[in-house]
Design a protein around this ligand. Structure first.
Ligand code: TXA
Ligand code: MG
Length: 347
């Protein structure tokens, strides 16, 4: 069964970390907190262990993993070459929620990169992740610690919901800080492209390297990053996203809720504080996302809120898309649209 090891977020007990590190070195599967979401760690250079990880998650083999390392010097051992841009970005954003896609070094198994000649690398900032990486002294490949296509886990309970009995250990240090996954930036193309928006925003990246742009979403092109799958991070119930001016979108959402209730369906709503009023008196299950203008708080709540609605066994989920698409709002919009499998109603 899966062992749960509770640790202090800022001062994890070294013997606990040593045991988890040992388990990883021997090819075990250990879930651990990062500042973004919980990751499911495995020895990145152990092919068999990596295969077990894909099996435990039910993850398709064509979806590459992020390799987590302790310090910048480790990057040169995993990447075939390290462009100047990587050093500049690392100096500014590592440790932190930025993943860099670089040319794959020969030591990285193709199982990790899903056959790609590129490898995604990051240095996480969470004290427990850092302690684990320095104790393990190996690179740790870690996807989010959820079953494939389910919302990413932001606490150990979420990990156990999906993976109890399928992995060796979970290190429980409470909730993560950011709540959405790292920004993935491809440095193997010119100009560099953001493949997945995250906590390190486009605007902040551009303040360091102005040429960075967002990858265009040409549906006919091969998937650059399987995180770009249209349906991902999804709850079990089908979800619809209401887009547009807040008052109009709220009216459309409330009308859809009434109609679903009339046809005896259990309705879940991902609601901001500003949505509450229009939901008054409606028999809906509400999962709160916090204040309308607080993107940071919304990011920490999003995946937990989706899981709450799943646990309440709703038949449909309704949510409103925020008006903004700058800063962290870009990542939120991206995750909401994927959760809704791109089902967006414009009002
Ligand atoms: O915040 C995070 O990034 C978390 C924590 C645990 O570090 N990890 C995470 O991993 O979200 P995962 O496996 O759920 O998402 C990895 C993303 C996917 O979108 C994948 O396609 C992309 O990174 N990726 C990995 N290697 C890549 C590569 N060589 N080229 C392009 N995209 C890559
Ligand atoms: Mg994931």
């Amino acid at each position: 069964m899966t062992e749960v090891v509770r640790v202090d977020r800022d001062r994890p007990h070294p013997p606990d970390i040593a045991r988890a590190a040992d388990c990883l070195r021997r090819g075990g599967l250990v879930a651990f907190p990062t500042e973004t979401v919980y990751g499911l760690g495995v020895h990145a250079l152990d092919r068999d262990a990596v295969r077990r990880l894909f099996a435990a998650k039910g993850r398709p083999a064509d979806d590459p993993l992020i390799v987590h390392v302790a310090e910048f010097a480790d990057v040169a051992r995993l990447a075939e070459s390290v462009p100047d841009a990587a050093a500049v970005l690392a100096a500014r954003f590592w440790p932190g929620p930025l993943t860099l896609v670089l040319p794959r070094g020969a030591s990285v198994p193709l199982e990790v990169t899903a056959g790609l000649e590129t490898v995604a690398i990051r240095i996480p900032a969470h004290p427990v992740a850092r302690a684990l990486l320095s104790a393990a002294t190996i690179p740790i490949a870690a996807p989010s610690a959820n079953l494939f296509s389910r919302p990413s886990p932001t606490c150990a309970t979420h990990v156990l919901e999906d993976l109890n009995g399928r992995i060796d250990m979970v290190i429980d240090a409470g909730s993560t800080d950011v709540g959405v996954e790292s920004t993935v930036l491809d440095l193997t193309v010119h100009p560099p492209e953001v493949l997945r928006p995250g906590a390190i925003t486009l605007e902040v990246l551009q303040s360091v390297l102005p040429i960075i742009r967002v990858a265009s979403r040409d549906a006919s092109a091969p998937l650059a990053s399987p995180g770009l799958l249209p349906r991902h991070y999804a709850p079990r119930a089908p979800m619809t996203l209401y887009q547009g001016e807040p008052a109009a979108a709220r009216n459309a959402l409330a009308a859809a809720a009434r109609e679903a209730i009339t046809s005896r369906r259990r309705v879940g709503v991902l609601a901001t504080a500003g949505d509450m009023r229009i939901l008054e008196g409606l028999a809906v299950v509400i999962a709160e996302l916090g204040s309308d203008d607080d993107a940071e708080r919304m990011a920490t709540r999003l995946y937990a809120a989706l899981r709450e609605l799943d646990a309440a066994q709703v038949d449909v989920i309704l949510a409103r898309e925020g008006a903004r698409d700058d800063g962290l709002w870009r990542a939120l919009r991206d995750r909401l649209r994927r959760a809704a499998a791109q089902v967006v109603v414009v009002s």
